[in-house]
Design a protein around this ligand. Structure first.
Ligand SMILES: NC(=O)c1ccc[n+]([C@@H]2O[C@H](COP(=O)([O-])OP(=O)(O)OC[C@H]3O[C@@H](n4cnc5c(N)ncnc54)[C@H](O)[C@@H]3O)[C@@H](O)[C@H]2O)c1
Length: 370
């Protein structure tokens, strides 16, 4: 199959869909890989590195989209990219369609087959292509919070870990999945006081064991969220209902009772965010303030550390990408985990949670395949 890798065009997005190492694997499996010139610049991979791995370098994204049967990207396609997708072309990338009706319309209109990294599943009920970026974003969330807590940045002027004799920052993590666990790990490492809230009691049990008493865990109710958020210096939003828009757990009215200069890092912003006052920001202008509370809502956090992120992402996407390249749409029909990733096919929405969030009709895969 001809596999295309355009350069990412989202603001301050430096990751790349395929690293030279991944290209080598596709070529070894008999595929042709077409890479837009400079696509790997953000991770220090030159066109020559890609040529040595067996890729052909094309001068423009337009040529890559026109010549490829499958497109491998990182971020959701931007408006200038939707219009280049076509019927029966496979798109393999993050989509986050639930809060993005415009993109959904664009993809439906294109007729393409879009497999979203974030809804591909694994045998143990995990999200294997979301997990590596959630690991990165969770860890970065604490760095972002530390920066925003600085007085000159509008924050409370707190050092996350405090110093001997001075109490550390109180960090509340809502959602104890992959993002939440990695945020907690970093926060504990810096010496913060950490509480994790989750709706899943089994997950809270696992976290209790994992952190051996170094975090407080709480079942997430309206009461618990209010109490914890009001007393926090930092709140990390890390909830996920797969495929669906994030539930809004902290309303605008609650901000008035939060500490002035406290910091919200809404990692779940790519699914619409779990704070009512969240709106997506970019690495160019990552924060804004509402009622004295600093909001950090960057929708592509891992894009800031593209070398780490591209490597981690490619490690996870490689087997699925190779299956798609080798078998085409049949790979989706054969593998229930790739099928869970199928969001759009031939102008129909094939992921129930996405369709419900958008208020659009859902077409089960057998019907959509017809
Ligand atoms: N902004 C970024 O750059 C970026 C990067 C990676 C991931 N993300 C996003 O971060 C979010 C979390 O991802 P993840 O991989 O950790 O997901 P996950 O599925 O591993 O964890 C989500 C957790 O949220 C919990 N949860 C669901 N509803 C809840 C509620 N009402 N109260 C408390 N907990 C609740 C679940 O039980 C689960 O443990 C997702 O929206 C993901 O897309 C964003």
């Amino acid at each position: 199959m001809k596999v295309g890798v355009p350069k990412e065009i989202k603001t301050h997005e430096y990751r790349v869909g395929l690293t030279p190492g991944a290209v080598r694997e596709y070529v070894a499996a008999g595929h042709s890989v077409l890479v837009e010139t400079n696509a790997g610049a953000g991770i220090g991979a030159t066109d020559d590195n890609y040529r040595k791995a067996g890729a052909t370098i094309l001068e423009s994204a337009r040529e890559v989209f026109a010549s490829s049967e499958m497109i491998v990207k990182v971020k959701e396609p931007q408006p200038s990219e939707w219009v280049q997708l076509r019927e029966s072309q496979i798109l393999f990338t993050y989509l986050h369609l639930a809060p993005d009706p415009e993109q959904a319309k664009g993809l439906l209109k294109s007729g393409c087959t879009a497999v979203a990294y974030e809804t591909v599943t694994d045998a143990v009920g995990g999200l294997p292509l979301l997990a590596p970026m959630s690991e990165v974003a969770g860890r970065l969330a604490i760095e972002a919070a530390g920066a925003a807590l600085k007085r000159y940045a509008g924050g409370r002027g707190l050092l996350i870990g405090g110093v001997p004799g001075v109490q550390p920052a109180r960090i509340v993590v809502i959602g104890g999945g992959v993002v939440g666990t990695h945020a907690a790990r970093m926060a504990i490492g810096l010496g913060a006081e950490v509480t994790i809230l989750d709706r899943s009691i089994p997950r809270l049990r696992e976290l209790d064991e994992l952190f051996e008493g170094r975090v407080r865990t709480r079942f997430s109710t309206i009461d618990a969220v209010e109490e914890e958020v009001f007393a926090a210096d930092v709140v990390i939003g890390a909830v996920l209902v797969p495929g669906a828009s994030a539930p809004k757990l902290v309303g605008r009215r609650m901000l008035g009772s939060m500490r002035k200069g406290s910091v919200i890092v809404d990692v779940a912003i790519d699914q619409g965010g779990c704070f009512e006052t969240s709106r997506p920001t970019t690495h160019a202008a990552p924060t804004y303030e509402v009622e004295g509370v600093i909001h950090y809502c960057v929708a592509n956090m891992p894009g800031a550390v593209p070398r780490t992120s591209s490597q981690a992402l490619n490690n996870a996407t490689l087997p699925f990408g190779l299956a798609l390249a080798s078998k085409g749409f049949a790979a989706v029909l054969e593998d229930p985990h790739l099928r869970a990733g199928l969001n759009v096919h031939h102008g129909r929405l094939t992921c129930r949670a996405v369709a419900e969030s958008l208020g659009l009709p859902f077409s089960p895969i057998d019907q959509a395949a017809a």
